[in-house]
Write a protein that binds this ligand. Structure first.
Ligand code: SF4
Length: 365
């Protein structure tokens, strides 16, 4: 059973900035991509944190930064009480065994020339855990069994499996090391809708059985809705809203989240007819040159003169356990500030209200 006892992961003001280099003879830094720009969040043991946002918002970089697969520029990454940014060598390797990753595309993340056995043993060897052959063989079989694959899968190769089975192998590869935390980056987005639920259910079962903690990164709000305890919404490198899954889907408070939710189709045709869509103006700004003040102000239908363009709003607790990075969250919630009209020419004709300019953020059905 899942034990829930305080945070396993705490990110404190984490930044990941990538330098932009230029010059033929001498590399000069001419700017930065502010991929992640000051994110703080925590994930309790045995819980699932769903991180959503459109392509380019920094969510995958944050997941990789958490595991130090990319090196954060600043901030603290506290894992089970230790800031892992201070760890080196063997101590970092030990910590890394406890933090594993599942990737989006099972086929490209699995070497097609390696059998399943070889793929699973690889991780054990890297951590010096494959010396005892009998114990290793037992461990592989147990792990395959846990993800619903037969022991005969060990001698097969990735191309011999379906997409869903390959993602099960991806999960087994993470699981074989007996981790505490799994960062799953778009774990089901490459799969058919019918298979997505099976993989998510498997992840949920494994969590209940093994007490795993998940960070699930997705552009599809439907993916995290049912599996996540807490959901965070990212926009241009920052967290703009965070709440329990129930609260966030029932009452989104940040204008960006509201826009996402307003695009959710409602099965009841009468309600669907009355559904008010919130249109976002303009394009997603570049993370190399994010807008000053509130990063969303260039597209926000509620943006107010001066303050929104001048002052970056902090992520603050607006309701119990519900954090929002908006100066006017309470006024918007109470209807004291109304959204202004979006210039029609600023909205692409084929643009969904919430999918913004990328069309990649999919609302929950
Ligand atoms: Fe919109 Fe201003 Fe709130 Fe930003 S701070 S989300 S621009 S109302």
């Amino acid at each position: 059973m899942t034990e829930r006892t305080g945070p396993l992961v705490e990110l404190r003001d984490v930044k990941v900035h990538f330098p932009i280099k230029s010059g033929l003879l001498f590399d000069r830094t001419v700017g930065y991509v502010y991929a992640v720009d000051g994110v703080s969040l925590s994930i309790n043991k045995g819980e699932t944190y769903g991180l959503v946002g459109e392509s380019g918002c920094g969510k995958s970089t944050l997941g990789r930064g958490l595991l130090r697969l990319v090196e954060p520029t600043a901030g603290e990454i506290v894992f089970d009480g230790t800031d892992i940014r201070s760890l080196k060598g063997e101590s970092m390797r030990r910590a890394r065994r406890r933090m594993q990753m599942i990737f989006q595309d099972p086929l490209s993340s699995l070497d097609p020339r390696q059998s399943v056995e070889s793929l699973l043993v690889e991780g054990l060897k890297a951590h010096g855990l494959a010396d005892d052959k009998a114990a290793t063989s037992r461990r592989l079989r147990e792990t395959l069994d846990a993800v619903g694959l037969p022991a005969s899968a060990l001698s097969k190769y990735p191309h011999e499996f379906s997409g869903g089975q390959r993602q099960r192998i991806g999960i087994a590869r993470a699981l074989v090391l007996d981790p505490d935390l799994i960062v799953a980056d778009e774990p089901v987005s490459a799969l058919d809708v019918s298979i997505q639920a099976q993989v998510l259910n498997l992840m949920e079962d494994l969590q209940n059985e093994l007490g795993l903690t998940y960070l699930i990164i997705a552009h599809d709000l439907a993916v995290v809705r049912h599996i996540a305890d807490t959901v965070g919404v990212m926009y241009l490198g920052g967290l703009v809203e965070e709440a329990s899954s129930d609260d966030l889907y029932r009452e989104p408070m940040h204008p960006y989240t509201k826009a996402l939710m307003s695009a959710v189709p409602v099965p009841d045709p009468l309600v669907e007819d009355r559904r008010e869509r919130i249109l976002l103006a303009g394009d997603l700004p570049s993370p190399t040159n994010p807008p000053a003040g509130c990063r969303f102000h260039t597209r926000c239908p509620w943006a107010q003169p001066t303050r929104c363009a001048d002052e970056r709003p902090a992520l603050r607790e607006v309701l119990s356990g519900h954090r929002v990075a908006c100066h006017y969250a309470e006024d918007i919630a109470a209807g004291r500030i109304r959204p202004h009209e979006v210039e029609p020419e600023l909205v692409r004709p084929d643009e969904g209200a919430a999918s913004g300019d990328t069309g990649e953020l999919i609302p929950t059905p």
